[in-house]
Write a protein that binds this ligand. Structure first.
Ligand code: HEM
Length: 119
């Protein structure tokens, strides 16, 4: 079962790569307001959501019975839901409000900081 958890962590990291990479590769357009929500951002955010929930389930399963920090996971989940809603509402638009786009990037980095620094 631990190999399942490890594979889910790998996918979780792939999801961060897609979400953050999708933001960083568009960032230079922020000067001109020429930014879009690419599929990397929406798919990355969805991957985080699905793998995050699966990680909680696998950690709590009787086979592993590992602890889950509900406050930390709840906070990451709340931040991710905001990212998902912003990304979903603005996908497909030719020009996205740079404040919305910037918020997606900042919230993603905030979630990485929460994941790593909240111990
Ligand atoms: C943008 C959103 C997210 C980011 C950037 C993120 C980032 C990370 C990172 C860097 C780790 C590895 C470090 C650690 O073990 O703490 C991790 C682990 C984990 N994340 Fe997330 N996460 C996000 C969303 C979520 C969500 C929404 C959930 C749950 C619903 C979740 C559940 C977990 C769990 C359970 C682990 C522990 C994995 C393990 O070692 O067994 N994450 N996350």
């Amino acid at each position: 079962m631990d190999v399942v958890r490890q594979l889910l962590v790998v996918l979780h990291i792939v999801g961060i790569g897609a979400l953050l990479g999708g933001f960083l590769t568009q960032m230079k357009g922020m000067k001109t307001g020429d930014v879009r929500i690419t599929p990397a951002v929406t798919h990355g955010a969805l991957t985080m959501f699905v793998t995050g929930l699966a990680l909680v389930a696998v950690r709590k399963s009787s086979a592993l019975d590992l602890p889950v920090d509900n406050a930390k996971i709840g906070t990451k989940m709340a931040v991710l839901v905001v990212i998902l809603l912003l990304a979903w509402a603005n996908r497909g638009k030719d020009k996205v409000d740079t404040r919305v786009f910037g918020a997606i990037g900042l919230l993603t980095i905030a979630n990485i900081a929460i994941a790593v620094m909240w111990t």
